[in-house]
Ligand binder design. Sequence first.
Ligand code: NAD
Length: 401
Amino acid sequence: MNENQKIDVLVVGGGMISREVILPTVFQEQKYGRVGNVSISSLTGDIIEELQGMFPPFKGYPDPGTHGMTQRYPDMFREAIAALPVNSVVIVATPDHLHTPVINAAIEAGRHAIVEKPLCLKVGEAHDIMRAANEKGIYVLTDYHKRHDRSIRAARYKFRKGLLGEMLHGHAWIEEPKYMALEVFKDWCEKSSPFEYIGVHYADAYFFVTGLRPKRLVAFGQKKYLPTQGKDAYDAVQATIEWEDGSVQFIQTSWVNSANNSAMTNQGMMLLGTMGEYWADHKDRNTHFATEAEGFDEFNPNFFKQYDSFDFPGETDNVGYGYDSIVQGINDVRKIITETAGLDEGKALERRREIISSMEETRALPGQALVGVAINNAVRMSADAGGRFVAFDKDMNIRFE
Ligand SMILES: NC(=O)c1ccc[n+]([C@@H]2O[C@H](COP(=O)([O-])OP(=O)(O)OC[C@H]3O[C@@H](n4cnc5c(N)ncnc54)[C@H](O)[C@@H]3O)[C@@H](O)[C@H]2O)c1
């Protein structure tokens, strides 16, 4: 492996998705020689210290040794970005409403970025990110890992071959337990909602499969349980989206389900077209374990699971669409960096733009991620207004109908 092709990775945010998916992926890529140094920026030293006990060595911001455990450093990601070499990428895994400042700082510093979905929460912010990234030839991928689920890729493949005909309607459901809002996201559940946090996956899936753009939507939300727990947050949110061809998709979301479920996430999607249907339970992949140690477990081998490594006997590899999606971003950045190495800045900018534009059609770069952002923004607007229709224009600007 050519050393130049290794890139350094900075992960900003040390929460659930970083621990469970991003960092295991990044360190696995390091083991395979595709990632160089790793750094992690989080809010407080105690988070860094905890992560130091879980993963191979990395540089932490703030350093718990010198900056203490509990003092908050909300701007230290800027220092971490400034310390990155040219051959690097920033992975943004802060809460939904805090993606934009990190993305902007990365672009400003000329660093590529992979962002947890949603890209951001406001259409205006997405337009600004798109403009800035384009100006500087910076790659900004939104990690919509469901695009890598072979069940959803199959729907796209068959739809695009014409086997489903023209879309009529679709239904998707994605629901998680109460501990998500009350424990995992206790600091920011009021600023997001189950739709913005996870429902947007299925709005993006419809867009990914069909290529259609939304025309208008109406959304509803309920605040019944979480307010009794001191949180002014939506328990559940439902949206009905009319797409540009007149087809309609209904998405139901919640984060107050019971923890006594057979898997963390209820999820699935159906699509009906004039020539065929797609129906998939994305929770029940027809595999379960029932063990004394772990109880009953509906096992989804597709998402992100550990398997005995073929390459490192006795060790494990992480496998699945959660892994593939982040690796796609890392490899894209490696390609951009390799192909622009040694060029003067003018030529490098031109080449970066060419490579990025060749990826626009198949990736959730800002032009595509804008659709999910606009749907999220519109759902929130509609639900907050008690269910008023919100319409989209061709640039995904939104307004009440
Ligand atoms: N792809 C997916 O399916 C998926 C799944 C879960 C979460 N996510 C997304 O990933 C993001 C993070 O989710 P999470 O589950 O890890 O949330 P989390 O609340 O568990 O973690 C957020 C982390 O960000 C840190 N943070 C907050 N402000 C910061 C700042 N200014 N600088 C540095 N760090 C800061 C917090 O300390 C915390 O460690 C969210 O946007 C979420 O929607 C995506």
